[in-house]
Design a protein around this ligand. Structure first.
Ligand code: AOS
Ligand code: ZN
Ligand code: ZN
Ligand code: ZN
Length: 425
């Protein structure tokens, strides 16, 4: 199933008068509208291959039908999203869930949809049913047994090879390594072994590549995680060298952590690698970005714009902008459209912040004014700007509405069937 430019243009035509009326406020009254629209057009967010099927919980999975059955269909799904919003121009693969058997053909297929390959993800958090000699039950890069560590290192190097073949230029390493009970692990040995393993992977990185070290406070290990917070991730990244960076998954902190401050400091230190965007109420809930704490998402973007907007926040800056969200009760494609939309809105709102006034308020300790400046931007309805950016880039004024109007899921079900199981969690 594809969405033709004509279908999109027809849809936009039906909604154009209404849209123009809303946009008029912006174009007539707010001088900055044009620059914001241009920045939104340039901004692309990578879609994780593992979010295209209905997500699981520990207790069950309720498939929705028409889900991609292989890598080609996953690429086709991201192609659909990108056709709708023109802001999802990249896909992030997980190995071995998405092993490309013919990388040249896979690359060409992605190019047809205007997609590039973002960070490739390694997987040493579960045992693979075939071709794996040693178990990761007690960790991978931290393991007490050098043979297990070697297997995990080689897997990561293999992932880099797949990435190179597809034109990706970064590796995300998320480790479930840690311990479940006090006494189980020698923290210092685990740190040293993990560092040593990461160094061997780092040594295999091609020149222009980056390594993203993702941290997570807890789960699946519930007493200690060997890369458990931004401090340890930054420590590893610093010891590894200039190609290593910290990756921030919004759901990977202890409750109430000040993520925007973490982002500001990492960016300031030149060590922010990128994001796994999602939202959460309790832990690593992987809920739709902006669905629980939209103000937090805005505050994160406020720090990003403040720290790097002069460099333009598109992929050319080398940051990995990825989503990591998937769950049980929504159509995965609708969910991803919502996430991208929420991220675009947070970015647009952050661009509205009057930075000169904000700095003035800060320097004079005018707390109320500083707060008002941020909230003023956050409380502004930027939806017409996002819609206009999507439209000008060739996408739909309202991607979700068009997705429903075209019965995309029903069409996917007729093509692929009702019972489909995507690889992954
Ligand atoms: C796990 O909690 C992490 O968020 C990783 O990014 C993981 O690789 C991804 O969620 C796929 O399971
Ligand atoms: Zn993640
Ligand atoms: Zn997450
Ligand atoms: Zn996670």
């Amino acid at each position: 199933m594809t969405l033709s430019p004509d279908t999109i243009a027809d849809f936009n035509g039906q909604h154009l008068d209404n849209h123009r009326r809303k946009l008029a406020y912006w174009t007539d009254e707010v001088g900055a509208a044009e620059t914001i629209i241009e920045k939104l057009i340039a901004f692309q967010i990578a879609i994780p291959s593992w979010a295209l099927g209905t997500g699981g919980t520990r207790f069950g999975r309720f498939g929705g039908g028409g889900e991609p059955r292989n890598l080609d269909e996953k690429i086709a799904d991201v192609g659909l999203l990108h056709a709708l919003n023109r802001s999802s121009g990249a896909i992030s693969l997980h190995i071995p869930w998405d092993i490309p058997t013919d990388p040249e053909a896979t690359k060409q297929l992605a190019a047809q949809y205007g997609l590039r390959f973002d960070a490739v993800n390694s997987n040493t958090f579960q045992d693979q049913p075939t071709g794996q000699e040693h178990s990761y039950k007690f960790g991978s890069l931290q393991h007490t047994d050098a043979a297990v560590r070697r297997q995990a290192i080689e897997h990561n190097i293999e992932v880099i090879r797949h990435g190179v073949a597809l034109g990706s230029d970064s590796l995300t390493v998320w480790l479930s390594d840690g311990s479940c009970f006090p006494g189980q692990l020698n923290f210092r040995k685990a740190f040293d072994r993990t560092l040593d393993s990461l160094q061997q992977i780092y040594a295999a990185l091609p020149d222009a590549w980056k390594m993203f070290v993702e941290y997570k406070a807890f789960e699946p290990n519930f007493y200690s995680m060997t890369v458990g917070d931004w401090g340890s991730s930054l420590l590893y990244a610093t010891k590894l060298g200039p190609k290593a960076y910290t990756l921030v998954d919004l759901g990977h902190h202890l409750p109430n952590a000040n993520i925007e401050q973490i982002v500001a400091i990492l960016l300031h230190e030149g060590k922010l690698g990128g994001f796994h965007f999602n939202d959460s109420k309790y832990g690593d809930d992987d809920l739709t970005a902006g669905s629980i704490k939209p103000y937090q998402l805005f505050l994160i973007f406020n720090e990003l714009v403040d720290g790097m907007d002069a460099r333009n926040m598109n992929h050319a800056t080398g940051l990995g902008w990825m989503i990591d969200a998937s769950h049980n009760v929504k159509d995965p494609l609708e969910d991803l459209l919502q996430s991208v939309d929420a991220i675009q809105m947070a970015y647009a709102q952050a661009l509205l912040v009057d930075r000169t006034a904000l700095e003035e308020a800060r320097e004079t300790n005018d707390v109320v004014r500083a707060q008002e400046i941020l909230q003023d931007a956050f409380r502004t309805d930027v939806r017409p700007l996002v819609a206009e950016a999507n439209r000008r880039a060739g996408g739909a004024l309202n991607p979700l509405a068009l997705f429903r109007q075209q019965n995309v899921r029903q069409q996917l079900i007729s093509e692929r069937g009702l019972k489909t199981v995507a690889t992954g969690l």
